[in-house]
Design a protein around this ligand. Structure first.
Ligand SMILES: *Cc1c(COP(=O)(O)O)cnc(C)c1O
Length: 377
C-alpha cells in the first residue's frame, strides 16, 4: 500500500501521457512555448481566473506574487502558523516579516479571529507595515475567505491565496485560485494536481499584475523585446514537458480524480467518526483532499497509532510535526509570536494523515479503517 500512489495514475493515463511527451521531445521546444500557453488558458478556464501564469514551482509562485507587490523589508505578511515551510520561506526570502496566525482546529485553516488580533497588534506596535494576508488552503480545504476578505478590506491589505494543496477545491461552486488578489498553486508530483517534476502557477484577475508576473518569471524581460529587461525577475519558467503532462491529466482530474477522493474521504469519515476526530468540511465547501488528516487525543496516542499502522504495512504521515514559530530559521525574526498559537501547537502534536489518492481501493479503505478501529475501539 502506498501513501500516495503516483504510478497507478500513470498506468491509467499512460497512452495519452506517453504520446504527448514523445511529441514534445520530437518537437524540440522544451521550455515555455505554445503548450504552456495552452495549459495557461485551460487552467484559467478551469479555475475561473482571468489570467494564469505558469512558473517553476509553488514556492517561486509565492515569491513572484510578493515581488509583484513589492513586498520587502519593513512589511508584515500574515500567515498561518500551521503550514508547509514554503509558505513562510517565501516571505523571509523577500526580507519581509511573517506574522504567525493561529488556526481553527476544526478546519486546520487560518482562524479569522486570531488574524484580526494579529493585525491590530502589528498596527499598535507600529514597527511594521501590514501589507498581505496569506491564507493557506491546508490539506485541500479552502480557507474562510468571506471573513478574511472582510479584514483585508478593512485594513487595505492584499490577499495572497496559497492554493498549493487545494487545486480543484471550491466554496459554493467557486474554485480555488480565485480567492486571492493573487493566488498560487503547485504541481509538485504529490499535490492534488501534480506533474512529473517541479511546476507551479500564479492566478490573478488583474491584467497589469499578470503582465508584470509574466515578465518577472523570465528574468524581467519585456514581452515586446526579449533583450530589453524592464523588471527584476527570476528564472522560473515551466518546462514544456510538464505542461503537456498536466494538459493530458486535466480532464481526468476534473471528471474522475477529484470526485473519487471526495468519495474516499466520505467513506473514511463515516467509518471512523465514532472512534476518532475526523476532518470537518463546512457547508458549501468542497475539498481536493491533498491529505486526509485525523486528530488523536494526544501525542503519545498519535505516535503509537502511527507505529501500529506502520507495522501492518499501512503508511501514514505527520503533517506537520513542528509549527512555523518553532522552526529554527524563524528564531532570527526580530519579534516573538504575538497571538496565542495554541491550536497550531495542539495540531502538531495530534495530527495523523492517512493514505489518500484517487486510486486507493475500497479494500484498502477497509483494511486501513479496520486497523484503526481495532486499535482505538
Ligand atoms: C507544496 C507547497 C508549497 C510549495 O510548492 P512547491 O511546488 O513544492 O515549491 C507552498 N505552500 C504549500 C502550502 C505547499 O503545500
Amino acid at each position: 500500500m502506498e501513501f500516495r500512489d503516483l504510478r497507478k495514475q500513470y498506468r491509467v493515463l499512460k497512452e495519452a501521457i506517453d504520446q504527448s511527451i514523445l511529441e514534445t521531445i520530437k518537437d524540440g521546444h522544451y521550455i515555455l512555448g505554445p503548450q504552456v500557453n495552452q495549459l495557461e488558458a485551460e487552467l484559467g478556464e478551469f479555475t475561473g481566473s482571468n489570467h494564469c501564469i505558469c512558473c517553476g514551482n509553488g514556492t517561486d509562485a509565492l515569491i513572484l506574487a510578493l515581488m509583484a507587490w513589492n513586498i520587502g523589508p519593513g512589511d508584515a505578511v500574515f500567515v498561518p502558523d500551521f503550514t508547509c515551510f514554503a509558505s513562510v520561506t517565501c516571505i523571509m526570502t523577500r526580507g519581509a516579516e511573517p506574522i504567525f496566525v493561529d488556526i481553527d482546529i476544526d478546519t486546520f485553516n487560518m482562524d479569522p479571529d486570531s488574524l484580526g488580533e494579529a493585525i491590530s497588534d502589528v498596527i499598535n506596535e507600529g514597527r511594521l507595515r501590514p501589507r498581505v494576508i496569506m491564507p493557506v488552503d491546508l490539506f485541500g480545504l479552502p480557507a474562510n475567505y468571506s471573513k478574511i476578505r472582510e479584514l483585508a478590506k478593512e485594513h487595505s491589505l492584499y490577499v495572497l491565496e496559497d492554493a498549493a494543496q487545494s487545486f480543484g477545491a471550491s466554496i459554493d461552486g467557486r474554485r480555488t485560485c480565485t480567492f486571492g488578489d493573487i493566488s498560487t498553486t503547485s504541481f509538485f508530483p504529490s499535490k492534488p494536481f501534480g506533474c512529473y517534476g517541479d511546476g507551479g502557477a500564479i492566478f490573478t484577475d488583474s491584467r497589469q499584475t499578470a503582465d508584470l508576473l509574466r515578465s518577472m518569471r523570465f528574468l524581467g524581460r519585456s514581452v515586446e523585446d526579449q533583450y530589453d529587461n524592464i523588471n527584476i525577475g527570476l528564472n522560473s519558467r515551466l518546462d514544456t514537458l510538464q505542461a503537456v503532462v498536466l494538459s493530458s491529466k486535466l480532464e481526468y482530474f476534473k471528471n474522475y480524480e477529484i470526485c473519487r477522493v471526495n468519495r474516499i474521504a466520505d467513506s473514511y469519515s463515516s467509518l471512523l467518526e465514532k472512534v476518532v476526530s475526523v476532518p470537518r468540511i463546512p457547508d458549501g465547501y468542497y475539498s481536493s483532499w491533498a491529505q486526509y488528516t485525523i486528530l488523536l487525543e494526544n501525542e503519545s496516542e498519535r505516535d503509537a497509532l502511527k507505529d501500529h499502522l506502520g507495522g501492518l504495512g499501512i503508511p501514514t504521515m505527520v503533517y506537520y510535526p513542528r509549527p512555523m514559530h518553532r522552526q529554527k530559521a524563524c528564531s532570527r525574526l526580530s519579534s516573538a509570536p504575538r497571538v496565542s498559537l495554541k491550536n497550531s501547537l495542539l495540531a502538531s502534536e495530534r495530527v495523523l494523515s492517512l493514505p489518500m489518492h484517487p486510486y486507493l481501493t475500497d479494500d484498502e479503505i477497509d483494511i486501513i479503517t479496520s486497523a484503526i478501529i481495532d486499535y482505538l475501539g
